[in-house]
Design a protein around this ligand. Structure first.
Ligand SMILES: NC(=O)C1=CN([C@@H]2O[C@H](COP(=O)(O)OP(=O)(O)OC[C@H]3O[C@@H](n4cnc5c(N)ncnc54)[C@H](O)[C@@H]3O)[C@@H](O)[C@H]2O)C=CC1
Ligand SMILES: O=C(O)C(=O)Cc1ccc(O)cc1
Length: 305
């Protein structure tokens, strides 16, 4: 595949940045890829494993002359990182990010942007419970969605170029506005993560009573919860603080439904339980019949047609 950007800078060398590096290298999408990490230990690891063509000791050095700068840090520090690197950005370059929340990141980053920089927020819907520079792999984005959230007035050529990069890394790209993104992700990712954290916490409390039975007899569903609950605490703390409104909205609805199910169990209301489970089974069957049981959901678009 042809080169999309001459020079790319990755800021924060964790799971997503390292996966982007290997994916760009796989298809020759960038001429030179520089990288910056805050800790000397991460920079040493990156140099040791050949992550980035050039690992820089300062953000300014990594960003200098870059045509594309990608912020791959936790969402809580996007603004501070943008403020630090803004003076070093080349006029005409594109600044993007990979954060799991969009409206808050836009609010944090926008005030620091110099004239002539194209800011195009993004979010690959692909990840694992692992983090750090050694955790990335080239295939992470293959056949997964990457959502771009261009703010009004962004140059279409700059968006098209970033789209080409993500497509070159294997992703399917869609554009979406920030508020809609944050609500959709609160439903599909953020609240489910919170539920997994809670369930593993509950089981851990119980383990003190029942010894190791919870782990010993755990079925697939619970094992998935423990995998998700092993995700990076800093990243997920920031996601909930940053997507506060949408998460609280979905969590409110979730607890209302949960209380209704709790009441049905207490009252022995089998009809309520049966009707509810029949409805959820139909949803799953509908997904399969529509051929949408893939990593690339269409967020209800086909239903609107
Ligand atoms: N892990 C996942 O499954 C996914 C994560 N994301 C988003 O991607 C971003 C990065 O996540 P990962 O790569 O998973 O995290 P990670 O924990 O693997 O890497 C984050 C990197 O940022 C660095 N960092 C933290 N604070 C910093 C600061 N103040 N200045 C400079 N560097 C700093 C860390 O040292 C680390 O190298 C986050 O915003 C996350 O929400 C998006 C999709 C999936
Ligand atoms: O590992 C999992 O199950 C995930 O859900 C990965 C993930 C985590 C955070 C994102 O913003 C996008 C994808």
């Amino acid at each position: 595949m042809a080169q999309v950007y001459e020079r790319v800078a990755l800021i924060g060398l964790g799971l997503i940045a390292s996966s982007m590096f290997w994916a760009m290298k796989r298809s020759g999408l960038a001429g030179e890829i520089t990288g910056y990490a805050r800790s000397a230990e991460t920079r040493d690891t990156a140099r040791e494993i050949g992550l980035c063509d050039r690992v820089c000791d300062t953000m300014a050095e990594a960003v200098e002359g870059a045509d594309l700068v990608v912020l791959c840090v936790p969402v809580g520090v996007m603004g501070a990182v943008a403020a630090e690197l803004a003076p070093a950005l080349k006029t005409g370059c594109t600044l993007t990010d990979v954060g799991s929340v969009k409206a808050d990141v836009i609010a944090q980053v926008s005030p620091h942007l110099p004239e002539g920089v194209h800011f195009i927020p993004g979010h690959p819907l692909a990840g694992t419970e692992h983090s750090g520079p050694r955790s990335g792999f080239a295939e992470l984005f293959d056949n997964r969605w990457c959502l771009l959230v261009p703010v009004e007035g962004t140059a279409p050529e700059a968006v098209a170029q970033l789209r080409s990069l993500w497509e070159g890394m294997g992703a399917n790209v869609e554009e979406m506005d920030a508020e809609h993104h944050d609500l959709v992700l609160a439903v599909t990712s953020h609240t489910p993560h919170l539920i997994a954290y809670t369930m593993v916490g509950v089981a851990d409390d119980l383990r003190r009573v029942t010894d190791s039975e919870v782990v010993k007899y755990s079925a697939a569903g619970f094992r998935d919860f423990t995998r998700i609950a092993a995700s990076d605490p800093t990243m997920w703390r920031d996601v909930f603080l940053s997507n506060k409104d949408a998460t609280l909205e979905i969590l409110g609805r979730f607890t209302e439904e949960l209380f209704a199910l709790q009441r049905a169990i207490r009252r022995g209301d089998g009809d309520h339980l049966h009707a509810y489970f029949t409805r959820t089974r139909a949803i799953r069957r509908g997904i399969i019949e529509a051929g949408q049981d893939t990593a690339a959901p269409d967020f209800g678009r086909s239903a609107k047609k």
